[in-house]
Design a protein around this ligand. Structure first.
Ligand code: ADP
Length: 404
């Protein structure tokens, strides 16, 4: 029997998201989420997508660590006849947030690879430790199986130095590995390729601006399938206004808050990552709620929306200039895929750049990749649902079935 299944794991510090896919037809066999690992009220939500039923099953029980969580996941999968001991499982693909400069491709995990991911912890203190724990736990469960790391940063390693370097003292930057790495790379890779497909062209032949607008948000400029600039930097804090992150600001704001506001570094870190962006501006980070409040005449929500759109528009303009010629501007992730008013406002007034949105096409709700620009527009505007898990599974399977 050939092994055609891939388990995708996205391990956070207290959560694990997972999907089991059959790569023959790329179908999902099961999906699930474990939350509050190591905290009170640990719970697992598991949804089988084949066979008997597709009802979600929930269990709430103490799960002290990732090992306990993954064992509970394995039990649920076994109950559906999809056990992790099955010879049909080809590999486990792990989302790893920071791959630094070294990891430009998906990589089979070895001790050396784990050490390098560990070495990157100082630049990804929240994410990489959780990703390492996820990999180690999965290794213990199936030591014979290839574990593949798929890095959020990998797609951005093609950025030229002119885009990747901050204009600061080179020796200091290099000593502390301070540069722009970018994140959401798996999504930008998937969506830019899917956009080329939607246009009926080869990825090498198209230039695309990808706007990944979820709770975290980032833009990228992709020339002929290769990333040439992206809005997140050393950490995911840089760039667009996000749900709870500030995005771009004068770095001297931090000095000011330390000197004049007498705030501590951790407090400012928390402020800019968790209490800023849309939530800081108006108290809500869900675009649905913000739109509802705007409809009711709420001025704070309206200002938050305007600031969000202003920043987005600046990045569209900047990346238009970086690329020179743009074939498509594409919206993806929770906000990008669902919030028609965001798409309309981001592109409004850019007709001179060949950009326009057709009101009727824009208001259609769909899970499919689709064009929303009028026929006459020089540049396509598209909505392409992202699928990071599928991309991780694809990359993982490609590596283990053809490890050239
Ligand atoms: P994450 O960054 O957590 O992966 P997602 O890509 O799932 O985020 O996006 C989540 C965000 O998408 C929510 O915070 C909300 O603002 C937005 N969103 C989801 N559904 C809708 C909708 N129907 N209309 C407008 N915004 C939506």
């Amino acid at each position: 029997m050939t092994a055609t299944r891939v388990l995708v794991l996205n391990s956070g510090s207290s959560s694990v998201k997972y999907q089991l896919l059959d790569m023959r037809d790329r179908s999902r066999l099961a999906v699930g989420l474990v939350e509050r690992i190591g905290e009170a009220g640990s719970r697992l939500k598991h949804t089988p997508l084949t066979g008997g039923g597709t009802e979600a099953r929930e269990r709430e029980e103490p799960m002290a660590d990732h090992d306990a969580a993954l064992r509970a996941v394995a039990e649920e999968l076994s109950a559906d006849g999809l056990g992790l001991d099955s010879p049909e499982l080809a590999a486990i693909g792990h989302r790893v947030v920071h791959g630094g400069l070294k990891f430009t491709e998906p990589t089979v995990v070895t001790d050396e690879v784990l050490k390098e991911i560990q070495r990157l912890v100082p630049v990804a203190p929240l994410h990489n430790p959780a990703n390492i724990t996820g990999i180690r736990t999965a290794q213990a469960l199936r030591p014979d199986l290839p574990q593949v790391a798929v890095f959020d940063t990998a797609f951005h390693t093609t950025m030229p130095e002119s885009a990747a370097r901050y204009a600061m003292d080179v020796a200091t930057a290099d000593q502390h590995r301070v540069r722009r790495y970018g994140f959401h790379g798996t999504s930008h890779a998937y969506v830019s390729r899917a956009t080329a497909e939607l246009l009926g062209k080869a990825p090498e032949d198209v230039n695309v601006i990808v706007l990944h607008l979820g709770n975290g948000a980032s833009a990228s400029a992709v020339r002929g399938g290769r990333c040439v600039d992206t809005s997140m930097g050393l950490t995911p804090l840089e760039g667009l206004v996000m749900g709870t992150r500030s995005g771009d600001m004068d770095p001297a704001v931090i000095f000011h808050l330390v000197r004049v506001g007498e705030m501590g570094i951790d407090e400012i870190d928390d402020l800019l990552n968790k209490k800023s962006g849309l939530v800081g501006l108006c108290g809500d980070n869900d675009m649905r709620e913000i739109r509802r409040r705007i409809d009711e005449g709420d001025e704070r929500a309206a200002l938050a929306f305007d600031i969000y759109i202003h920043r987005l528009k600046k990045y569209i303009g900047a990346y238009y200039a970086v690329l020179g010629r743009v074939d498509a501007v594409v919206f993806t992730a929770g906000v990008g895929e669902n919030a028609a008013p965001v798409r309309e406002a981001a592109v409004a007034g850019l007709e001179e750049l060949g950009l326009a949105v057709d009101g009727e096409l824009n208001s259609v709700r769909s899970d499919e990749a689709r064009l929303i620009s009028p026929e006459y527009a020089r540049v396509a505007v598209a909505v392409v649902p992202t699928d990071e898990e599928l991309e991780i599974a694809n990359q993982t399977y490609a590596l283990v079935s053809d490890p050239a």
